[in-house]
Design a binder for this molecule. Sequence first.
Ligand code: AMP
Length: 445
Amino acid sequence: MTFNSLDLDPRILKAIEDKGYTTPSPIQAKAIPAVLTGSDVMAAAQTGTGKTAGFTLPLLHKLAKGERARDKQVRTLILTPTRELAAQVAESVITYGKHLSLSSHVVFGGVSAGPQIRKLKFGADILIATPGRLLDLMNQGALKFDKLEVLILDEADRMLDMGFIRDIKKIIAKMPKKRQNLMFSATFSDDIRKLAKDLINNPIEISVSPRNTTAETVKQWIYPVDKGRKPDALVELMKTNDWKQVLVFSRTKHGANKLATLLDTKGISSAAIHGNKSQGARTRALSGFKSGNVRVLVATDIAARGIDIHQLPQVINFDLPEVAEDYVHRIGRTGRAGSNGQAISLVAAEDLYYLVSIEKLTKKLLERKTLPGFEPKTPLPEAPLGTRVPRPKKEGRGGGGGGGNRSGQSSRRASSERGNSSSQGNRPPQKRGKTGFKPRTRKPS
Ligand code: AMP
């Protein structure tokens, strides 16, 4: 299949050609015709599959035909969970729409609302937003949805994980009933299906990769190492492999800072990116990493969500994620759009529960390799698929072992990222009302 066979506006095809794409990716081949029918669409697609163009291209085609937005009107709303993803989607909209005369704006928290309000005064054919800031702007009367044609929820699973459900419902309540809804999500969990039931009418369902599988272009393995030796093991790996661009995942913000500082002192230029960093610091870290000035970007899951670096070769899990699905998202940062990548995890005996959870989810055992000189004193137990391992107790959380479902775990972690971040405006973190989780008193690390 070629892009030309997709019946898109020639000006969009020209932009695709300028970008150098020759063939639609599988999600694009399915999503573009589905969106063009005008039906609601629910698509399961991992990051890195080309899903952004999958919804942006047919959207631009549709909007190019209609009347332009005026006076605070918004014709399309694209909701994303994070500022980084919002910025990247906005960039894609500009790239693919550069030969059209559509207006697009992006709004997210952590930066002043004034300029955003001023831009919206003249309307937006496409508005890309994070839910918190959008709600603030709506409450200030900065925009109108009376002419809204399309609503897109990007990375819907992550928005639920981050506790945005109430914000999303408030936003949707202000929209006209007649509109096209598109929902993109890495996984279709039961929670996502529940949300979709209230939101989406008779959707065309699309899936390009089986649920919770990891991309085949990514080579994955683990190095069992003692917990205390992980920093040295990472330095060793950086030096012996002479890696130039590595995304390292840390479970906590504090851990991310500590690791970035340590790597810097070892002569490996590094930056940390997480919810406590100002928007300016996050943007600087990301652009330094993209340009090659920063070799290692140490990120927490939420901050890293949506980071799209072309052909990122290397992902390291310094800590395994608490939520197994995050492993799939993490390694989706590499091996994107057909290129090859490597995802290596440093796994201590204490991490066995998380390792087993990942292997259960992805239904395959991760290859174990030895990092010479770092053979663990406390060996990582062998654990065939299906092995039951008790959840480790969390330090400082009043012995949180065993309790909590997956989404609860994730919401708690996510809200801790949101709580200290200004990414969603200056509102306090939401109480976890219905889910039954009490707001945490301990400052999350
Ligand atoms: P996404 O999954 O939307 O984050 O896209 C992942 C990466 O794939 C981005 O860097 C895109 O620029 C790139 N990409 C998207 N569509 C194509 C295509 N048809 N051919 C080659 N690269 C693409």
